[in-house]
Design a protein around this ligand. Structure first.
Ligand SMILES: *[C@@H]1O[C@H](CO)[C@@H](O)[C@H](O)[C@H]1NC(C)=O
Ligand SMILES: *[C@@H]1O[C@H](CO)[C@@H](O)[C@H](O)[C@H]1NC(C)=O
Length: 294
């Protein structure tokens, strides 16, 4: 056997070993803010604790603030632990989202809409593909998101985009390329978070205004876990790297237990779903037809 053949044979063996080994998702690792993130604007409205392993964003009548990941990523698992603005948070919006930077952009959103003291937050999610959004879903949470840290995460691979609150899937956006629905697959995204005033629409559709007497408002963060294919250097790199854990069979769809949990969220906590908004969409959007199986 010449050395060329030997080389090809060992390469095949390597691919077989790597390709068949089921890799469990790594448990999110708590890393300090500065490892993966930098402030985006109003740097003086971010406070750091415990050597930067925890931060707070502040909003006052002068400005909100935000931060973004240093790198851009094509696929992976992204999570953040957040404790939302407590007390009278009406009019405030805290967001955690992934977005690509070009005009026909892709975006995956978590938006937390504040409320008057004792009234429930709304978690709004949305998915933009090729510049098209208008896919809002809104739920109430089954806990008070201002009392403790909870984890909010996105799993994104070529097959699904899944939104999780702690371990509970609250939304799945499947790749429906076959139904001519665009799916984010070639535009790296950065991760962003921000706290700002949106009292023109956020709470009861804009009826409840921000109570500036209660400012500064603050949202707390820790975790800062990113496990994705970093594409800032060269976008094509991720597509050619071969299978990573999030591409494995077990992450290409939710399992039965996860679908039961998703159904529980649909049945008990969902207050709006664009898929069933007949006024807005007399014809059900194609991706929703598949969504209906849940
Ligand atoms: C903002 O809040 C500060 C402190 O409460 C107050 O002194 C100031 O007048 C406010 N500015 C505006 C533009 O409302
Ligand atoms: C705020 O509370 C009101 C009254 O309970 C509720 O209708 C609304 O959905 C809540 N959330 C937001 C963000 O408006």
């Amino acid at each position: 056997m010449d050395s060329n053949k030997l080389w090809i044979l060992s390469l095949c063996l390597l691919v077989m070993v790597l390709g068949t080994k089921a890799t469990a998702p790594k448990k999110p690792v708590d890393v300090p803010f500065g490892k993966n993130y930098v402030p985006t604007w109003a740097f003086d409205h971010i406070k750091y604790f415990n050597g930067g392993s925890e931060i707070q964003l502040l909003l006052d009548n002068y400005t909100g603030t935000g931060f973004q990941s240093k790198g851009s990523y094509l696929f992976g698992h992204f999570s953040m632990q957040m404790k939302l603005v407590p007390g009278d948070s009406a009019g405030t919006v805290t967001a955690f989202y992934l977005s690509s930077q070009n005009s026909e952009h892709d975006e995956i959103d978590f938006e937390f809409l504040g409320n008057r003291s004792g009234q429930p937050y709304i978690l709004q999610t949305n998915v933009f593909t090729g510049g098209k959004g208008d896919r809002e879903q809104r739920i109430y949470l089954w806990f008070d998101p201002t009392k403790n840290y909870h984890s909010y995460s996105v799993l994104w691979n070529l097959y699904i985009i899944a939104f999780f609150v702690d371990d509970v899937p609250i939304r799945v956006f499947k790749n429906c390329k076959d139904l001519r629905v665009k799916f984010p697959f070639d535009q790296p995204m950065k991760i962003y978070s921000s706290l700002w005033n949106a009292d023109d629409w956020a709470t009861r559709g804009g009826l409840e205004k921000t109570n500036w007497a209660k400012a500064p408002f603050n949202a707390a963060y820790k975790g800062f876990h990113i496990d994705g294919c970093e594409a800032s250097v060269e976008a094509k790199f991720c597509a050619t790297q071969g299978k990573r854990w999030w591409d494995q069979k077990e992450f290409q769809d939710l399992d039965a237990v996860q679908y039961r949990r998703l159904k529980w969220v649909r049945d008990k906590y969902t207050i709006y779903n664009y898929c069933v908004d007949r006024k807005r969409y007399p014809v059900m959007p194609p991706e929703c037809v598949r969504d209906r199986d849940v």
